[in-house]
Write a protein that binds this ligand. Structure first.
Ligand code: SAM
Length: 306
């Protein structure tokens, strides 16, 4: 006889390599299953996650097929987090409908079918959530990449941010790409048909600099005023800098009213992260901050108002 018991909690699955940051955000979890921290009460904001399980339940089952039947009765898509009893957990995965595994060709529509997640607690109990924060299995998103033309792989986080924002530059829109070199983001923006002004202290890759939609300014972006550069439809920054420096520059842009749409990487220094500045960014009305699958030791701040 199968039983399902919902728990009034949320489970926070740490972003790879950043469990120590998540532990700072959630110091006293109710339970800990590998890199999955369960906290009682309503879902709260945590940045250093790959996925949040928003409505977790525990189910008792007799056999692998029984476990698959319980999950399948709720919805189609389930990603396994194989922390305990990994073989049994993956046999359950095999008894469930297969998840799409092909790299995604950008751009594409977000899937309609929700993506759930589960893990085994012991031989006969699983913990799962049908509702998760990420539409990708365990937060993992793999794009089909262009390894020939793109001068760096950084454009993958820009693509992911566009999917998160549900918006991207349209043909003919003017984009400012600050900290652009070698030019991965500028390349991705030009492919969308946007006009790009790229700024960096270092040179762009020569193939990117030669693209007709791209003009390049070799300069310290922070010493350039919005009035010198704007108006623009989108401002992008992937500059490696202290977060307060970026915040100060973004505030100048917001005050100027010369740009409405922003995607900026907040890069962390050393082994810690700048909670104060992240909080300041988070307080900018209408904006959101995420650790994207393609982010490293950094968070992406997104404000889209078009
Ligand atoms: C992570 S890289 C950017 C990668 C780029 N988004 C891409 O897709 O290829 C960071 C860049 O920030 C630039 N940078 C650092 N400080 C800067 C500043 N004050 N003004 C402009 N560029 C800066 C560096 O020269 C470097 O090229």
């Amino acid at each position: 006889m199968e039983t399902i018991r919902y728990i009034d909690a949320a489970c926070y699955h740490a972003a790879p390599f950043f469990m120590h940051h998540l532990e700072e955000e959630i110091p006293e979890p109710y339970r800990r299953d590998g890199e999955l921290l369960t906290v009682l009460g309503e879902t709260r904001k945590a940045y250093w996650v790959r996925n949040i399980w928003k409505k977790p339940f525990i189910a008792e089952f007799d056999s692998i097929n029984d476990a698959a039947k319980i999950l399948r009765a709720i919805q189609r898509n389930w990603a396994v987090y194989p922390f305990r009893l990994a073989r049994r957990a993956s046999l359950i995965a095999k008894a469930l409908p297969r998840l799409p595994s092909k790299p995604k060709v950008f751009p594409f529509e977000l899937p309609d079918n929700p993506m759930g997640a589960y893990t085994l607690l012991d031989e006969n109990h699983l913990m799962a959530s049908a509702i998760c924060s990420s539409p990708w299995p365990n937060g993992e998103l793999v794009f089909e990449e262009d390894r020939e033309e793109a001068p760096s792989r950084a454009y993958r986080k820009l693509w992911e941010a566009f999917l998160l924002a549900g918006s991207m530059p349209q043909p003919g829109e003017h984009c400012l790409d600050a900290g652009a070199s070698p030019g991965g983001w500028s390349w991705a923006l030009a492919r969308l048909g946007a006009r790009v002004t790229a700024i960096d202290r270092a040179e762009l890759d020569s193939r990117i600099a030669a693209l007709p939609q791209i003009s390049f300014i070799k300069h310290n972006a922070f010493s350039m005023d919005p009035k010198e550069l704007g108006p623009v439809d989108w401002l992008f920054s992937d500059i490696i800098c202290y977060p307060p420096k970026l915040y100060e520059w973004v505030c100048k842009w917001l005050e100027s009213g010369l740009c409405k749409n922003f995607i900026c990487t907040i890069k962390m220094q050393g082994n810690s992260w700048d909670k104060e500045t992240v909080q300041r960014f988070a307080e900018i009305p209408g904006s959101k901050i995420e650790h994207l699958w393609h982010n490293k030791h950094e968070l992406s701040w997104v404000l889209v108002q078009n």
